[in-house]
Write a protein that binds this ligand. Structure first.
Ligand SMILES: Nc1ncnc2c1ncn2[C@@H]1O[C@H](COP(=O)(O)OP(=O)(O)OP(=O)(O)O)[C@@H](O)[C@H]1O
Length: 208
C-alpha cells in the first residue's frame, strides 16, 4: 500500500559537527507500507541521522518532510515514535504507568489498550513492576509496547534488536510487518544481522 506523498522524506540531508561532515547528503522517501533499513559501520552516523529526523539535532543542510509538509516539532510529536538507545522509559514507574503517560500525551491506537499491548510484547505478569527491576530485554519490550499503543504512522527505530532474544527479534519483525500492513512506515537502524520474512526492506547505506 502506498500513500500519495511519502510519510517521511529526506532531501539532501547533511549533518556536520564543527565543520566535519558526519553524514550526507542522504535522500530517501518512505511511503506508507514501507520499511527501510539504515546500514553503516560504527560511527557512520546512523544514530545521528535518527536524531536529526526527530528534531533532537538540527541538520546543517537539506530538508525533512513529514506527510509532504516541512518538518515541524509540533506536527511530528504525535506522528512519529522514536525508539532510541535510551528507550524513553521512566525507571521508577511501571511499564503500565509509562504507557499511560505516553497515551495521555499522544492518544491510543483504535482497538487496543495498555494491557493488550503489554501482553502482546510478552510482559503479561510484569505490567506493574518498576521498570528498573526488569531485565534489559524486558525493558526493550516495554519500549516496543509504546509503538503498538500509540497511533503514530512513522516509526524511527534505532537498533531495535539490541538486547533481544530470538523470540524478541521475531517480535520486532512481526511488529514491523503489521505496522507496514496497516499503512505505517518505519526506518530501522541495524548492523545488518536482521532478516525480514517476506519482502526485503529497502536499504539506506551511510559511509563513515
Ligand atoms: N554527542 C556527540 N558529540 C560529539 N560527537 C559525537 C556525539 N555523538 C556521536 N558523535 C560522533 O558522530 C559520529 C556518528 O556517530 P553515531 O552515533 O551517529 O554513529 P552510528 O552509526 O550510530 O554508530 P554505531 O554503529 O556505533 O551505533 C561518530 O564519529 C561519533 O564519534
Amino acid at each position: 500500500m502506498t500513500s500519495p506523498s511519502p510519510l517521511l522524506e529526506a532531501r539532501a540531508l547533511c549533518f556536520s559537527r564543527q565543520d566535519e561532515p558526519v553524514f550526507g547528503p542522504v535522500d530517501f522517501a518512505l511511503h506508507g507500507g514501507e520499511v527501510a533499513l539504515v546500514e553503516g559501520d560504527n560511527g557512520s552516523g546512523k544514530t545521528t541521522l535518527m536524531r536529526v529526523l526527530t528534531g533532537m539535532l538540527h541538520a546543517g543542510e537539506g530538508e525533512v518532510l513529514l506527510d509532504g509538509a516541512p518538518f515541524a516539532l509540533d506536527t511530528m510529536a504525535g506522528a512519529v515514535v522514536f525508539l532510541g538507545h535510551h528507550l524513553g522509559l521512566k525507571f521508577d514507574l511501571s511499564a503500565r504507568e509509562n504507557l499511560a503517560v505516553s497515551a495521555g500525551l499522544y492518544g491510543v491506537r483504535a482497538g487496543t489498550s495498555i494491557t493488550a499491548v503489554l501482553g502482546d510484547v510478552g510482559l503479561a505478569g510484569f505490567e506493574d513492576e518498576p521498570v528498573r527491576r526488569l531485565s534489559a530485554g524486558q525493558k526493550k519490550r516495554a519500549a516496543l509496547a509504546r509503538l503498538l499503543l500509540l497511533p503514530a504512522r512513522v516509526w524511527l527505530l534505532d537498533e531495535p534488536y539490541a538486547n533481544l532474544d530470538r523470540e524478541g527479534i521475531a517480535l520486532v519483525n512481526r511488529l514491523l510487518r503489521d505496522h507496514a500492513a496497516r499503512g505505517g512506515a518505519a526506518l530501522v537502524t541495524s548492523h545488518g544481522a536482521v532478516t525480514f520474512a517476506g519482502d526485503e526492506p529497502r536499504r539506506i547505506r551511510l559511509h563513515a
